[in-house]
Design a protein around this ligand. Sequence first.
Ligand SMILES: Cc1cc2nc3c(=O)[nH]c(=O)nc-3n(C[C@H](O)[C@H](O)[C@H](O)COP(=O)(O)O)c2cc1C
Length: 195
Amino acid sequence: MKNILVVLGGGRPNGNTAQLADAFIRGAQEAGHTVEKVSLLKTEVKGCIGCNACRFDKPCIQKDGFNELIPKIKAADLIVFASPLYFWTISAKLKAFIERFYCIAQEDLSPPYGRYEKYPVKDSALLMTSADEFFWTFHQAESYYQFALVNYIGFNDKGMILAGGCGDTNGKAQIDKTEHLNQAYAFGKNIYADG
Ligand SMILES: Cc1cc2nc3c(=O)[nH]c(=O)nc-3n(C[C@H](O)[C@H](O)[C@H](O)COP(=O)(O)O)c2cc1C
């Protein structure tokens, strides 16, 4: 059984993204996994400021919610990144959380091509919602996930649910009128079905 950390990068408290994450969590818990959800609405994490204190073996100088998340990140087998699509990419809150991985990187004396340091090796998944549903709606978000999280940090991608057509934020969340919640539930339930 796995230890799963779901990081909710904003969105409305009971909105499309929160519902999508909760459907995934229900599936994962039914499959026997331990899941913790952290909302970056409640646990505030600021973006990296590039002071480089961490490169001189000092803790991050920013005293915010990231410090309490470090042990949770280290203990997780899988980190699920969940976000509404904002201006065609992940939310600023989720981006800020990812930037702070800089302070948990470790020196790597023989890094792979294109990487300079080591990060904890984890599985990852991406859950996103949007109003639009064009074939290109999630291209930037998917591309960022692939480049930054999978290729650069070195996450082992377990898959994604890109839930388009959930309605805009002028009205109530509409995701319950789509098939995405069932898909997220099945994704959570089967994510480690093959071991
Ligand atoms: C600031 C902002 C920017 C948004 N940008 C986009 C966008 O680029 N493309 C899109 O399809 N929807 C966009 N939306 C709509 C949301 O992605 C969509 O309604 C999402 O499901 C909201 O998630 P929530 O219910 O969890 O808050 C935007 C909404 C907001 C508030």
